[in-house]
Design a binder for this molecule. Structure first.
Ligand SMILES: NC(=O)c1ccc[n+]([C@@H]2O[C@H](COP(=O)([O-])OP(=O)(O)OC[C@H]3O[C@@H](n4cnc5c(N)ncnc54)[C@H](O)[C@@H]3O)[C@@H](O)[C@H]2O)c1
Ligand SMILES: [Zn+2]
Length: 356
């Protein structure tokens, strides 16, 4: 069991090998369930009968990651007698997490929340750290708060039904953590990526563990994203832009993998890292991107620049990005130019469209 320290409450992450505990959860009248509709369909036979009046099924769709869905859930939850004692139990990927984290933080100024991540991305990365984000007026993740679950329960059997695209998207964040860890991390993932891609779950579980342990250090030191935690945004300046420019055809973790290649292009150009080092990372990223049918219009430079400018972390004329520096550590650079972005997008589109 992993314990995470937080200003709100300390919380735990545990692997479980069955969903039997749901029998008990279903019997407690104070519990309200929010579940990804697709996951519910796939795993209904492993779950007890859940009372309809305490169950909300939601589509995991970026267009539903908004205030309307939050309010629809609150509408049902405020009808419960338990009020502030309500226990919210949610099951799904990052979208269900973002929505239910927002509800848990705000309904009655904070209620008990247990989260069962069902995607690799949510299990290895987003489930800890306490961020919740909603899309607003065409802006990605513009509204949000910090509020962690009380308990996170990871049931790795869920990964069996993930589409290859969603499985690889989760691997994007796993690769990111290993790249941030430096040369040893890159060599480790380079060595293991093929077995993870063929669903070696023992190996995968180790990588989930090490990813969470790695993230834990950053969020415990800087829970509210004012200092070192910003470094975890490595690859996300470009990554968010690729998500938006592809209208989410490139899912989050895969966009992060592309974002790593883009950021490293700038690092090579600036003489921070050797081209051979960037190529090593690129080769691993390439392996997890082959499932996506990349479209040339997703790499429209104007759309990408405008998406970067809309990102909440961009406060300057020049662009802010986290880059790998000379000693292979990470640094925040607030002087990335539009020209550098354009060149790196050219480079990326050359690779991903060329290999189709
Ligand atoms: N709050 C954070 O810290 C944080 C961090 C990273 C990403 N995010 C957000 O997370 C979202 C992406 O989340 P995600 O990649 O976990 O996936 P998701 O929630 O977008 O789900 C992706 C797809 O997988 C399906 N699915 C989920 N579990 C499944 C399973 N076990 N078997 C079969 N299908 C399953 C969903 O129905 C959906 O179709 C983005 O909105 C991103 O912005 C949040
Ligand atoms: Zn991410």
């Amino acid at each position: 069991m992993m314990k995470i320290k937080s200003r709100f409450k300390d919380y735990t992450v545990e692997f479980v090998d069955s969903l039997e505990e749901w029998e008990i959860l279903a019997e407690v009248a104070d519990t309200f369930f929010v579940i990804d509709r697709k996951v519910y369909g796939l795993y209904q036979d492993k779950l007890p009968q859940l009372p309809q009046e305490r169950l909300f099924l939601m589509e995991a769709d970026e267009n539903k990651k908004n205030m309307d869905t939050v309010l629809a859930i609150c509408e049902e939850m405020t009808g419960m007698a338990a009020k502030r004692n309500t226990h919210l139990v949610s099951m799904g990927g990052g979208i269900v997490q973002d929505i239910t984290g927002f509800v848990a933080a705000n309904l009655y100024r904070g209620i008990r929340w247990t989260f069962y991540p069902t995607t690799l991305l949510a299990s290895c990365d987003s489930c800890i750290g306490g961020k919740s984000s909603l899309n607003y007026k065409g802006f990605k993740n513009l509204l949000g708060s910090f509020y962690p679950p009380d308990v996170i329960r990871i049931y790795p059997q869920f990964f069996h039904t993930l589409s290859p695209i969603d499985y690889c998207s989760g691997l994007g964040e796993v690769v990111k953590f290993n790249v941030i860890a430096g040369e040893d991390g890159i060599e480790r993932i380079e060595h293991d990526i093929d077995s993870i891609l063929t669903h070696d779950y023992d190996k995968l579980q180790q990588y989930i563990d090490t990813s969470l342990m790695f993230k834990k250090k950053f969020i415990e030191e800087d829970e509210f994203d004012k200092g070192v935690r910003i470094l975890l945004n490595f690859a996300h300046t470009f990554g968010h832009a690729f998500e938006v420019s592809s209208s989410y055809g490139i899912p989050h973790g895969s966009a992060v993998a592309l974002g790593m290649v883009a950021a490293n292009y700038v690092s090579v150009k600036r003489g921070f890292i050797a081209e051979s080092y960037a190529k090593k990372i690129e080769a691993v990223c390439h392996k997890i991107l082959t499932n996506i049918d990349m479209q040339s219009e997703w790499f429209d430079k104007e759309v990408i620049i405008s998406a970067i400018r809309k990102d909440k972390k961009q406060t300057n004329k020049d662009i802010t990005a986290v880059l790998i520096q000379k000693d292979h550590s990470l640094g925040v650079y607030r002087d990335v130019t539009v020209e550098e972005v354009i060149e790196s997008v050219d480079y990326i589109s050359g690779i991903v469209l060329g290999v189709r």
